[in-house]
Design a protein around this ligand. Sequence first.
Ligand SMILES: Nc1ncnc2c1ncn2[C@@H]1O[C@H](COP(=O)(O)OP(=O)(O)OP(=O)(O)O)[C@@H](O)[C@H]1O
Length: 241
Amino acid sequence: MLIVDNVYLTLGHKEVFRGLNLEFNEGNIYGLLGQNGAGKSTVGYLLMGIENYFPEKGQIIFDKQDITGLDIQGRARKGITLAWQEPARFEGITVHDFLTLGGRYSAKKAVDLLELVGLPAERYLKRELNDSLSGGERKRIEMASVMMIEPRVVILDEPDSGIDYGSYEKVLDVARYLRDKGSIVIMITHNVNIFDNLDYVYLICNGVAYREGEPDDVRYFYEHQCDRCEYLKTGGDSLAY
Ligand SMILES: Nc1ncnc2c1ncn2[C@@H]1O[C@H](COP(=O)(O)OP(=O)(O)OP(=O)(O)O)[C@@H](O)[C@H]1O
């Protein structure tokens, strides 16, 4: 279990979190929903232990251990990982070497997972992870790499941005694959259409988890109340609901 317990975090002059509470259990897909600037990506950085994203107050607990002070390498060693909104390029590194970590992971598994994300291995394994691959192809390869390592916790930051419908279905396949392996899958998204695939949703607003629960309930609130709320239009002064 991964817990964000009463976290306060200020970035520059912006108090991004003021008492954020989240709880994630193994074998579930979670959605982090919220309007632009609500703090969704910041939750990802906070969970990863990225420099400058350590809370001023509150704790992050993983497997009953306080990991608040652990840096990104320490958290990666515990199996917490993040797939960035913009998939990485690695000039000079082949897809095979990227997926197998230079031969440390099984080549057969790399082939199988490439096929699972819809990329024929014979056409892609020898390609380099550079600009010659499209954004959607790199995203699929990144998804295959996440499945290779079977992390305990995976944060997918807007996995559906900039990809076509087929790739998007593959991203959902990856989320379900990891959930079925027992991972905690956290999807950061604006897209309420993926809600059928989620087990639980947090709506982030005003520095806290403003609503949480079953995807349909949170979706209803988001679609019917958030649009009418003056909060963002007034620069965060007035919260209508
Ligand atoms: N270094 C910083 N200094 C000041 N404010 C910051 C800093 N980093 C982030 N912020 C602010 O914190 C808020 C949360 O940003 P974050 O990127 O987490 O939002 P988000 O919900 O992921 O938004 P989006 O949907 O637009 O991607 C934003 O208002 C952003 O401008």
